[in-house]
Every structure is written in structure tokens, then in C-alpha cells.
Write a protein that binds this ligand. Structure first.
Ligand code: ADP
Ligand code: ZN
Ligand code: ZN
Length: 786
């Protein structure tokens, strides 16, 4: 018997090993085994088993699998199928995909202890690495242990004592309220923790750490004697929530819930919840989850990492009244393993996590929820590249369960899937708390300056409307947020009298201005032109290069409105957690009344007394060379607009632009994506962009520019005969050089995705062998085109 084995670093070709006699009846696909690799022993995964040796290497020259890894099956059939699909789909070697789906520490035996139960009811607890030492009294084989773990006469666990014991945090009995106040002024994030601690009394240490995301604050709290750390029962602390009040769903919500339940009863299906922020989507997920749990199945919640706040987790726990595993990037190796084991053993039936939680070893999955479905954080941008949202749909298909996607600003891809009937849909049109949505004004910058010049001394990027609204806001003791959605590119070119921006005639993406050569360049196909002096649209001489940032806006506001107190939030002013919390805290406590920043201001924090949101120059992010910029702009504008009027007073939003008729900007006024989507879908169809084609972006980088380009030519030539496909490039990447390396890219648009995939896979081994000085990466369904 022969096994194909994927190793951590192997490419697409598997290695073949002989299966020794004693493992023949136990090994299955998805099992981890120990194999010899040159003079070492490595862990690998069985990807295929066969009686025939099809490796091309004579049987006597093949080597034997050494042993079975005791904690098997690492992947059950469904998970193995999902991962092999992902490996194929994303053109990532199986080993890379499989290994990334488990906590890295699970192959380190020293991480585990094992409890062995004997027939005479003796119980032995021993470190796993000691168990396999030659001299140990309890020595058993890997296979024996595997059998014992499977039949329940042995259990694995992490930590020194018991799997449920660990460090917990509680408030010190006699804390000085003054001190707490002082400390929380410095680090506002701890307000939340303290409140949570008051509510629950104890929390696992790892949870507190993940909320703080920084050990220094914890040390501070500990040193100031505000909290105590002791050992305690981790699970009890997680359980100690109070049951949330039961909310009566409104009619829209009830209909949505019914639709989800209908699908759930019939098996696989994708349901989309399209509803404004605050319309009660989460309430529906939770209600549906209850039904799933009652039927004995489990639930997987995916949220963007930023959504994993203590409140949101508490809300899930208190609503479902059960133990919840939380998977996020802040877990330590052992905690990750611990959560992994709890899920795998069926001890928890609800998992909440960021994109990698898609790999959670839940069994019997009854529902998968992807909240904020449009968020690009679901895409993993390094190898293995995958999209958690898309994998959620695939996993749902494999598990035969319902997948619920939700957003206030659906992606164009999803709208298309709804329109074509691939997804069913429910709409939630009213806010559950009946708060009106803010009023949105679109101000035409090219007009407002020319016609009335009431206010003296305003620069072009502060309209009279915005200026007056800022003064009103401050006079009424309210607060404002100003956003300058600058991203990636400093220089941005547009006609100031008609708003014209330069686009590639073939790709319809924005051309990027290259200073040294005074040229405009298309970063998809290489088209270029000189920057003209006269606007091709209105023949004026008003073509301008803009290169201003948040700092300049801040200075201007300070000068124009002396009574303003500003605080800035961007990557230059905030380099770490403290700065961020400080800026946020100055604003939320009222030390500042105008928050000025990049798109960082659109996310996360809740400021009830913000009544005005101003977008300085909405066109600015349109200069990014990406065919999805308009879609992203609309999502960003709606998100930042949602910052206004969350408290008792209603909000106002002013969007300044030179392109007031750009569909993505117009659509923010109604907040309805349908109209925009129908325009955008026509554009995408004409230009052969997704969802009407599939795209693959191949990137190369090397210190040798010529080599980087040559490698891409190999791919291009191999793809030359393809029908219904376009292969654009190779061209320099929009960011041409990072460190010392030159970057090139090749863009493939195709409907023949399987043929392209096979061609690429066949080329990769040779390309890697012959051009080891060039690094090549393949991005299937890329979201970031830079
Ligand atoms: P979303 O997920 O769409 O942003 P949420 O589910 O978080 O919306 O609901 C927003 C707020 O409204 C929450 O505080 C929630 O408890 C409350 N809420 C949701 N549905 C109802 C309802 N039917 N009646 C009253 N309050 C509701
Ligand atoms: Zn013009
Ligand atoms: Zn082009």
C-alpha cells in the first residue's frame, strides 16, 4: 500500500511512501504521519492512499511511513475535502493549505499532557514527550495512543494541571475608584474591561489580553493593584454571563429568520441579510443560531478581526447561554491548541473568529454566518492566499448547511449572486431603534468655489457648506469627524473645473501619475500617455496635481476656526496602540471636538455626540488603480456617514467632490446599492471584469528587474492560446519597488478558469527551479490590485 504525502514546504507534487503493515487498516486521507525526509523526520499529511505505486519511482526505492501522529484524524472528511478544494482553487500547494489550517503547535509533543485510564481504574497523567521516551514506565506506541484517544481511554490536554484550569483575572477587592478613573483616562480601552469584569467577576487571562491587545496595559493594571491574577476555572468564568433579555423581532426580522430556517431544513443554501447598520441583523443571526443549537448542531460565526470586541462576544454568550470559543490573532500557541481541542472534542458548539476560524474543526455544522461580508479583511494576503468568505460558502456546501451573509453595503459580487438567484435575500430597511439615518449632502467643489465666495480665505477643499456646518457644530457643543480618504498614492490628478479624471481607455481604471517621467500610466495593461495641459473633457487649463494630506487639513481648520480643538488620526500621527487610544480618548472625552483622519476614522469606535461628518475630497481614493475603487468608495462613504447622529441628536454628512455625478457617490445619498450596482454591473460586463470573468494576478519580484519581467513572460506565453481570456502585462506593479526589489505583475481575466489553473500549476515547479532568484506569487480572485 502506498500513500501520497504533503509536506509543509512541498509544492504540488506529492511524495510517495510505503505504508507499513501495522498502519494499513488505520490510515485515511487527512491523517498526519511521521515520514523520513532525507535524514530527518517530518510530519506530513496523507492526501491519497492506493494499492498501486504510481510515483514512477521503483517500490524498493520508496521509504516507509515511520508512524502515525496520535491526534488523528487531524482533518475529518469534510475538512479534508474543503482544504484540498482550497489548495486546488487558490493554486496553493496542498501542504501549505493543510498545515495552515491547524495551530502550529499541535505537532510539538511537549505541548501536551495525556491522561491514561486503565481497566483497574488507575489513572496516569504524563507529559506526552515523556510517554514516548525509551525508559518511561508507561511506554506505549504512537498507534496505541491513537487507538486509546479514539476509544476514549486516553485524553489529551494542554497546560500543567487540568484542561479547564488556567490563569484568570478578577478585580481587586478594594480598588481605589479615583485610581481607576485616572488610569482609564490614560487607557480608555480598560473602561470596557473593568465593566466587563464587574459584570462577570472573573475572566480568563488570555481573554483579557486579547481585549487589551497589549501586555503593557495588563502589567500596569496589575501593578496599580486594580486587578488580581490567580489560577481558576477557565470555563466557569466564560460561562458566567447573564441571560440577555429576549427581544421581540419585528416583521422584517421574522421574515428573514423564517427564510434562514427554511433553508436550514433543506440543507445547503446561501441567504443574504441586506440591512442598514442597526437594523437588527445580529439579532437574527443569534436567533437562528439558537435554533441550530437546539437541533444539536454547531454554529460558526465569522467576523472581521476588528469586530471581535468584548461586547460582541458577550452578546453572543449571553444570548446563546453557552460556551463559545473565540479565535483571534492574539491567542498564544497553547491557548490556540486548547481552543482547537475543545472544538474538536465537541465541548464547544459555537465558534466566533476572524477569517482563519473557517478552519475550526467543528463537527456537524448547522450554520455558518459571515458578518460584514464585503470586508476585505476576509482575504488572506499572504500564502496560503484564500478568502474566508468564499470558503465559508464552500464549507457550507460540503457540510450541507445554511450560510448566512450579512452587510449594510453588499459587495457587487454578492449583489450579482442575489440578482442571478444564487443567493436568496432578506432586506431590513428600518433601524431597530427607529433612529433616522443621517442627512447626506453632496457638495460640488468645482461649482461652490466659482459661484459664491461668501466666506473669504477658504482653500478649495473647504466648501462654504462644510465651513458653516463645522462652525454650527462647534457652537452647539457637538463634535465633527473629517475624513480625507487618501490611500496609497500621494499625487492625484484631476480637472478642477469639470472633475475629469484620467482613465485607461481599455481597462477603465485610473491612470497613475509618474512624477519623474511626467507620464500617466495604466497599471493593468501598460497603456501610457503624457499628462496634457488642457483638459480633454472641457478644454480648460485647470488640470491640477494634488498632494495634500490630513496634516494640512488640520492646520487649515485650526487657522480658520480658532475655537476648534482638533485631533488627528492617521498612520503618521498614530504608530501604536497608545497613540490610537489617546487620540480616541481625547476626542470621546471632549478634549478635542474635531477628529481629522484617513479611513481609520470610519471604523470601530462609537461616538454618540458626533453630529457632523465631512468627507474632504471623495474623489481622492478614486485615483487608486483598481477596478473596484468605486465600489469601495461607496462602502467607505456609507460607513463613515454612519458615524453621524448615533446619539440623541440627528446627524449630517457633507461629501465634497469634483465628481458629484459619479454613481458611487450619488448612491451614498439614498444608501441603496441597487441602482449603483446595475450601472456598475454593466461597466464590469463591458470590460470583462468579475463577476463576468475570473481574475488571477501573478506577481513577481526580484532585485533583477529584467528577470522579474521575464518570469511573467513565461506564464504569458503559456497562456497564449486561451479563448475567452485576456492576459494583460507584464507591467510594473503600481508600487514599483519595495525595499530593493522590483515588482511586476501579470493580470489574467478569463472564463476558462480550470484551464488557466492547470497551465499555471504545471509551470510552477519549473519556474521555481529555473528562476529561484525571482519570487512569484499567484493571487486567485485578488482583492488588492496594488
Ligand atoms: P445590526 O447587526 O444590523 O447592526 P443589531 O442586531 O446589532 O443590528 O441591532 C441594533 C440594536 O437594536 C441592538 O441594540 C439590538 O439589541 C436592537 N434590536 C435589534 N432588533 C430589535 C427589535 N426587534 N426590537 C428592539 N430592539 C432591537
Ligand atoms: Zn475639465
Ligand atoms: Zn489599461
Amino acid at each position: 500500500m502506498f500513500a501520497e504525502i504533503a509536506l509543509r514546504n512541498s509544492l504540488f507534487e506529492p511524495f510517495t511512501y510505503r505504508v507499513p503493515e501495522h498502519l494499513r487498516s488505520v490510515l485515511k486521507e487527512g491523517f498526519a504521519v511521521y515520514v523520513p525526509v532525507r535524514r530527518q523526520v517530518q510530519v506530513g499529511f496523507v492526501t491519497a492512499l492506493s494499492e498501486k505505486n504510481s510515483s514512477g519511482v521503483p517500490e524498493e526505492r520508496l521509504r516507509d511511513i515511520i508512524d502515525i501522529f496520535p491526534l488523528n484524524p487531524v482533518f475529518d472528511r469534510n475538512m479534508f475535502q474543503l482544504l484540498m478544494w482550497a489548495s486546488d482553487y487558490y493554486i496553493e500547494p496542498p501542504g501549505s493549505m493543510l498545515f495552515s489550517a491547524v495551530p502550529s503547535g499541535i505537532f510539538k509533543l511537549s505541548n501536551f499532557k495525556v491522561r491514561l485510564n486503565y481497566e483497574d481504574s488507575r489513572e496516569v497523567v504524563i507529559g506526552l514527550s515523556r510517554l514516548f521516551k525509551k525508559k518511561g514506565n508507561y511506554k506505549i506506541s504512537m498507534l496505541d495512543l491513537f487507538r486509546r484517544l479514539s476509544d476514549g481511554t486516553a485524553q489529551l490536554f494542554v497546560e500543567e494541571t487540568d484542561r479547564d484550569q488556567g490563569s484568570v483575572v478578577e478585580l481587586s477587592g478594594d480598588v481605589d475608584e479615583e485610581e481607576i478613573k485616572r488610569v482609564s483616562e490614560k487607557y480608555p480601552v480598560i473602561d470596557e474591561i473593568l465593566e466587563y469584569l464587574r459584570l462577570k467577576r472573573v475572566l480568563p487571562l488570555y481573554e483579557v489580553l486579547s481585549m487589551l491587545r497589549d501586555k503593557r496595559i495588563l502589567r500596569y493594571l496589575y501593578k496599580s493593584n486594580i486587578i488580581r491574577i490567580k489560577s481558576g476555572d477557565l470555563r466557569a468564568s466564560s460561562y458566567s454571563v447573564e441571560e440577555g433579555r429576549v427581544i421581540e423581532l419585528n416583521e422584517e426580522q421574522l421574515n428573514a429568520l423564517k427564510s434562514i430556517e427554511r433553508i436550514r431544513e433543506s440543507g445547503f443554501g446561501v441567504h443574504y441579510l441586506y440591512g442598514v447598520t442597526g437594523s437588527g441583523k445580529t439579532e437574527i443571526y443569534l436567533r437562528a443560531a439558537k435554533g441550530v443549537l437546539n437541533s444539536g448542531k454547531s454554529v460558526l460565526f465569522l467576523v472581521p478581526e476588528i469586530g471581535l470586541t468584548p461586547q460582541s462576544i458577550y452578546r453572543i454568550r449571553s444570548s446563546l447561554m453557552c460556551d463559545v470559543a473565540v479565535l483571534h490573532s492574539g491567542l498564544y500557541e497553547k491557548e490556540r491548541i486548547q481552543e482547537y481541542l475543545r472544538i474538536k472534542n465537541g465541548e464547544v458548539k459555537v465558534v466566533v473568529g476572524a477569517r482563519s476560524a473557517i478552519f475550526a474543526p467543528l463537527r456537524n455544522v448547522g450554520m455558518i454566518v459571515v458578518d460584514e461580508e464585503h470586508d476585505t479583511a476576509y482575504k488572506q494576503e499572504e500564502s496560503p492566499r484564500y478568502n474566508g468568505r468564499d470558503m465559508a460558502i464552500k464549507r457550507g456546501q460540503i457540510e450541507g448547511c445554511v450560510v448566512v451573509l450579512g452587510s449594510a453595503t453588499p459587495s457587487i459580487q454578492s449583489i450579482y449572486s442575489i440578482k442571478t438567484g444564487k443567493f436568496s435575500e432578506s432586506r431590513l430597511t428600518i433601524r431597530a431603534n427607529n433612529k433616522p439615518l443621517p442627512e447626506i449632502d453632496i457638495v460640488n467643489l468645482s461649482r461652490s468655489k466659482a459661484e459664491d465666495d461668501d466666506v473669504e480665505g477658504l482653500p478649495f477643499y473647504i466648501s462654504d457648506e462644510l465651513y458653516r456646518a463645522l462652525i454650527d457644530t462647534i457652537n452647539n457643543n457637538n463634535k465633527a469627524i473629517l475624513m480625507l480618504n487618501r490611500r496609497g498614492f500621494n499625487t492625484f490628478i484631476l480637472c478642477r473645473s469639470c472633475g475629469y479624471v484620467f482613465k485607461c481607455p481599455d481597462c477603465d481604471i485610473h491612470l497613475v501619475y509618474h512624477r519623474q517621467r511626467e507620464m500617466l500610466l495604466c497599471h493593468y495593461c501598460g497603456y501610457n500617455q503624457r499628462l496634457p495641459d488642457i483638459c480633454p473633457n472641457c478644454s480648460s487649463l485647470s488640470i491640477s496635481k494634488f498632494g495634500f494630506g490630513t496634516e494640512q487639513v488640520e492646520e487649515t481648520i485650526k487657522r480658520l476656526i480658532p475655537s476648534s480643538r482638533t485631533v488627528r488620526l492617521d498612520r503618521d500621527s498614530v504608530s501604536n496602540m497608545y497613540d490610537l487610544e489617546n487620540a480616541i480618548s481625547r476626542f470621546s472625552k471632549g478634549d478635542a471636538n474635531i477628529l481629522i483622519g484617513t479611513q481609520m476614522v470610519a471604523k470601530g469606535h462609537h461616538f454618540p455626540d458626533v453630529t457632523l461628518v465631512g468627507v474632504i475630497l471623495a474623489d481622492m481614493s478614486l485615483s487608486v488603480p483598481d477596478f473596484r475603487v468605486q465600489e469601495r468608495l461607496l462602502q467607505l462613504l456609507m460607513q463613515v456617514a454612519g458615524r453621524a447622529g448615533r446619539g440623541s441628536e440627528s446627524g449630517k454628512v457633507i461629501i465634497q467632490t469634483f465628481n458629484p455625478f459619479e454613481p458611487a457617490i450619488v448612491a451614498t445619498k439614498s444608501g441603496n446599492m441597487d441602482e449603483y450596482a446595475s450601472i456598475e454591473l454593466v461597466r464590469r460586463k463591458n470590460l470583462f471584469y468579475p463577476p463576468f470573468s475570473r481574475i488571477i494576478l501573478i506577481r513577481s519580484r526580484s532585485e533583477d528587474a529584467k528577470k522579474a519581467e521575464e518570469v511573467l513572460m513565461i506564464f504569458k506565453n503559456a497562456l497564449s492560446g486561451l479563448k475567452r481570456s485576456e492576459v494583460l502585462g507584464p507591467v510594473k506593479s503600481p508600487i514599483e519597488r519595495i525595499k530593493k526589489e522590483f515588482r511586476y505583475q501579470l493580470l489574467i481575466k478569463t472564463v476558462e478558469i480550470n484551464r488557466v489553473r492547470n497551465t499555471l500549476k504545471n509551470l510552477i515547479p519549473d519556474v521555481y527551479r529555473l528562476h529561484h532568484k525571482v519570487r512569484v506569487s499567484i493571487d486567485v480572485d485578488p482583492l488588492n490590485m496594488l
